[in-house]
Design a protein. Sequence first.
Length: 224
Amino acid sequence: MSNVRSDAGWLDAGRRMDAMYRYQRHIYDLTRKFYLFGRDQLLRQLPAPPGVKILEMGCGTGRNLVNLARRAPNAAIYGVDISREMLATASTKLTRAGLADRVKLADGAGQNFDPKQAFGIDKLDVVYFSYVLSMIPDWQGAVDRAMDLLTPGGVLAVVDFGDQANAPAWRRKLLLGWLSLFHVHPRAEIEASLRAWGKDRGATILDQNIMNGYAYLLMLRKPL
């Protein structure tokens, strides 16, 4: 696993995430399956021809990486996360699945991630965020960086919480209160900005509403 954490900001954010997930990581996948809907849908629809380079920003426990590596045996797959505790779990999970030699991990923040330093590659064909942007204060910086890292014609994919505007008041209050405990803050401007970016550039290749606005799944193609 590569170590690319360097500045004070990364260290600070990394420590916060490590503290939050130090023990929770052991039950994370068991509990999240009840409310992180659309993740497998995203993985099934990612373009994954032989030789494609795919990066998950905020890979957490490695749950998605394992599933993706099994689905796309000839893809080069990478994962980055700011929490070393989560990366330790991801590394163990990949080893147990017999995939440690195929999936590479690194620690770092999406806003300044350098794949050359971490993995020895300059560009990626696919970058995806699975329930991550709603956790990042500078989500726009993370998206901009992902776009910079994509090859022309590369794909940015996002699945995340919607703003819950169409949800019953009780469900919205309960869900948002629960998510705030984990520094997750669904924001309408994230979804709106991504859709606007795709529309302005004719770049949207997938736009799906999950459970009446509970979540959204977007895939955007970087212009050639």
